[in-house]
Design a protein around this ligand. Structure first.
Ligand code: FAD
Ligand code: UDP
Length: 384
């Protein structure tokens, strides 16, 4: 009845399903455990009519033309240069730390001339327009640059990272802190990609259009663990041997009853608040890098561009260690050698199954943005 099965209707599953259905003319069954599609990109209107991102703020950004062109078939965009500020000493400063931030901090501390000299030092050391990871900046031997690095480390990275990961910046993968480098430029944007924004009518309608294809059958509220079984490198769907391709985008340990122990993840609690006011913070995202127990506050109307909302809705994010308890969601793989070894142990259980493919943030135990995930899903579907 079906040629392929895709587990999960997040960006990975939805893109792969669409490509297989449309370009390979495959009959695709998509099984999604949640009651909705979109995975963590899911958005909807709250009780007040404000469009919110239920699983935290999502901004699409990419420099990949093919990815942008593919997703643009299913949505128009509300494009903007996404900016983030951090609340430090009662002031809102641009993040990533850039030359604007440098002057905000050091003009007052040292005077304009000294701040200009610091700027020239940074440009001399790294070149105008460069992106320097904080952990690299800290290695610089010039005392003035070290002082800047120390300021950035203490005021932007240390406490935020402790909240987000329960570990210090030097204890986590440099790949993670490297996502938010120090920018030797006056660019206040959080990302430097050519295309950035959100789907004009929201992410969920984009997913609806992507999955609306005559070759796609979508079943939500269904856990694949109840449908798929494995024996001797064969896959069984509802007890019947299935020889077509199966793409799995869920957590790999769950598929095998966590028999080697759980793969560690960080999770988040989202606390939504609605205010009967025009504006709460006047910014889409404010990071709390030195105070509070939450990492950031997102005010959705500044992210989505929604004009007709009554009042405003915000969300605060409280990180914690994922335990696997009912209702918890594994959001962030914790990238280190030990966890990678455990992941490989699970992956080895799938190696003999040539028609079984692991795709996605969970199944690959990786840190993917939406665009990289889209690209990977496109490539996988093309290869099948
Ligand atoms: P998911 O979106 O997690 O989808 C996997 C789907 O599989 C889920 O719907 C799940 O219910 C389903 N599933 C799992 N197990 C089963 C099962 N057993 N049976 C059936 N279905 C199952 N990226 C950006 O580019 N920009 C951002 O601004 C951004 N912000 C983010 C903010 C937060 C808080 C987080 C956590 C991530 C953010 N990301 C962002 C990353 C983005 O969410 C991911 O790249 C993307 O969601 C990955 O898609 P996916 O399909 O791999 O996973
Ligand atoms: N980070 C930080 N302070 C900030 C922003 C980011 O310490 O103001 C660190 C933190 O460790 C975070 C990482 O940089 O987990 C990557 O940030 P990014 O915004 O890319 O994380 P995302 O929420 O997109 O996964």
């Amino acid at each position: 009845m079906y040629d392929c099965v895709v587990i999960g209707a997040g960006i990975a599953g939805a893109v792969a399903a669409r490509k297989l259905a449309e370009e390979k003319n495959k009959k695709v069954l998509v099984i999604e455990r949640r009651s909705h599609i979109g995975g963590n990109c899911y958005d909807e209107q709250d009780a007040y009519g404000v469009l919110i991102h239920n699983y935290g703020p999502h901004i699409f950004h990419t420099g990949m033309e093919d990815v942008f062109a593919f997703l643009s078939r299913f949505t128009d965009w509300h494009m903007f240069g996404h900016e983030v500020v951090a609340k430090v000493d009662g002031e809102l400063i641009p993040v990533p730390f850039n030359l604007n931030t440098l002057h905000m901090v050091y003009d007052r501390k040292l005077g304009k001339a000294a701040a200009d000299a610091l700027e020239q030092k940074l440009i001399g050391a790294y070149g105008e327009g460069s992106r320097v990871p904080i952990m690299k900046l800290r290695e610089n031997e010039d005392p003035d640059i070290r002082e800047i690095a120390q300021y950035v480390y203490e005021n932007i990275f240390l406490k935020y990272t402790m909240k987000q990961w329960g570990q210090k910046p030097e204890e986590i993968s440099p790949e993670v802190t490297g996502r938010v480098p120090v920018l030797i430029s006056y660019d206040n944007r959080y990302f430097q990609d050519k295309y950035q924004g959100v789907p004009k009518d929201g992410f969920t309608p984009m997913f609806e259009k992507m999955l609306a294809h005559e070759n796609i059958t979508l079943q939500t509220g269904v856990d694949c663990c109840k449908r798929l079984t494995f024996a001797e490198n064969e896959i069984y769907l509802d007890g019947v041997k299935f020889t077509g391709d199966v793409i799995y985008t869920g957590a790999l340990d769950e598929l095998f009853d966590c028999r080697f122990g759980r793969l560690p993840y960080r999770s988040l609690d989202f606390y939504f608040e609605h205010y009967d006011e025009h504006s709460y913070q006047g910014h889409s995202v404010v990071n709390y890098t030195v105070s509070e127990d939450f990492t950031r506050i997102t005010e959705f109307k500044y992210l989505t561009g929604q004009q007709d909302a009554n009042g405003t809705t915000i969300v605060k994010e409280y990180p914690f260690a994922y335990s696997g308890a009912e209702g918890e969601i594994p959001y962030y793989a914790i990238l280190n050698e030990e966890n990678q070894t455990l992941y490989e142990k699970y992956k080895a259980l799938t190696d003999g199954m040539k028609n079984f493919h692991l795709l996605g943030r969970l199944a690959e135990y990786k840190y993917y943005n939406i665009d990289a995930m889209t690209k990977k899903a496109m490539e996988l579907a093309e290869s099948l």
